[in-house]
Design a protein around this ligand. Structure first.
Ligand code: ZN
Ligand code: ZN
Length: 366
């Protein structure tokens, strides 16, 4: 186990002044192969109650963050060789990929360039499947996971990967096109296992990605619009707990977003979960937010408040430990481990649909 940083060992000082925002992360625009301009994306976000959009055009980015239509546009990009994609947030423009580099992508080299440019990095859609039965459909899997897990963060749940995963019947396909909020797949279990495994070694903050392009045609395997930007705004978003409200100055506000991502003060959500809280409380009244890493001590409890009834479970090292239906939960944490929360909702006519995947509390051996 590495040394615990002083900051993460401290309880969050102003937990009652935490400022929750909804972010749409991983968005392509007309700067690369997306169908909407930056301004159109901002307008759609504003109309949908999304406060932050992280723009991630392929190998290019905005000159810097901007406030447009009351929406903070964060300047990011997606390093997009044939494989091994990375999400980059903030920082300067990384130097171009040298022509002699492996066209499949050299994850370690991409990471080094992004870090030299000061960006926060994340492994994008590590297991993006091809569409079954569509011969022209491509998959985008990370070929070099050993280097990929060295990225600062993880795109745990990608809307396009979730659209394609396990798509084994035309009815399910229709359901995912028309009612994705109800039928979209959850994060890939293999990616969840990777996340839990890396979490034993270090904090690996995760978020949900839209991978929004607004494609309507032009790709044989995507004959319909999967999905419009408007649809994405209510599909897979990331809830961020900022340490203070936005200032209106784009550079400073982008730093607030990056610091929440870096700290893992974030949860992935299908639909909305405004008012959702998940906290760790110590016997002496100290409170930590998700993403915190601290030494395990007896008497810790996880407190959860949901905006609506759901089926919640507390997972340790990938295994459910305690679960139940309700809106409020208070569960003791009985040992060190990577503890995180998953919440599901009822899906008509039967079964459960994924709702919330929250970043873990990393409780290390004392
Ligand atoms: Zn990609
Ligand atoms: Zn993308």
């Amino acid at each position: 186990m590495g040394e615990l940083s002083r900051q993460s060992e401290e309880s969050f000082p102003s937990v009652h002044r935490i400022h929750a925002v909804t972010a749409l992360i991983h968005v392509h625009t007309t700067l690369s192969d997306g169908r909407a301009s930056v301004e159109e994306v901002a307008r759609t976000a504003a109309a949908s109650g999304v406060e932050v959009v992280v723009l991630t055009d392929h190998d290019r980015s905005l000159a810097g963050p901007r406030w447009v239509e009351g929406v903070l546009l964060v300047a990011g990009s997606e390093a997009s060789p044939r494989h091994n994609h990375l999400i980059l947030v903030g920082g300067g423009r990384p130097p171009a990929r040298p022509p002699e580099e492996d066209p499949e992508g050299d994850m370690a080299a991409e990471l080094a360039r992004a870090r030299a440019a000061g960006a926060w990095t994340a492994l994008a859609h590590p297991l993006d499947p091809a569409l079954p039965l569509v011969s022209s459909s491509r998959s985008f899997v990370a070929l070099d996971l050993a280097a990929g897990v060295e990225a600062d963060g993880l795109e745990l749940w990608n809307a396009m990967s979730a659209f394609k995963r396990g798509l084994d019947s035309p009815w399910l396909g229709l359901g995912r096109v028309l009612m994705p909020g109800r039928y979209l797949a959850g994060p890939d279990p293999v990616v969840l296992a990777l996340w839990d495994t890396v979490g034993r070694r270090r904090c690996w903050p995760a978020f949900a990605g839209a991978d929004a392009h607004g494609f309507s045609s032009g790709r044989a395997w995507l004959p319909v619009r999967i999905y419009s930007y408007r649809r994405h705004m209510r599909l897979l978003t990331t809830g961020l707990w900022l340490e203070r409200p936005f200032t209106g100055r784009a550079e400073a506000d982008q730093e607030l977003v990056i610091s929440a991502l870096r700290a893992g003060r974030a949860y992935c959500v299908l639909g909305r979960a405004r008012g959702f809280t998940c906290r760790l409380r110590g016997p002496e009244g100290r409170v930590w937010l998700p993403g915190a890493e601290l030494a395990y001590r007896p008497g810790l409890e996880v407190e959860v408040e949901l905006p609506a009834r759901g089926w919640a479970r507390l997972v340790c090292h990938g295994r459910p430990v305690v679960q139940g239906w309700g809106r409020r939960f208070r569960w003791p944490v009985e040992g060190p481990g990577v503890w995180r929360l998953e919440v599901f909702r009822r899906r008509w006519p039967g079964g459960l649909r994924p709702w919330i995947y929250c970043n873990p509390f990393y409780l290390r051996e004392g």
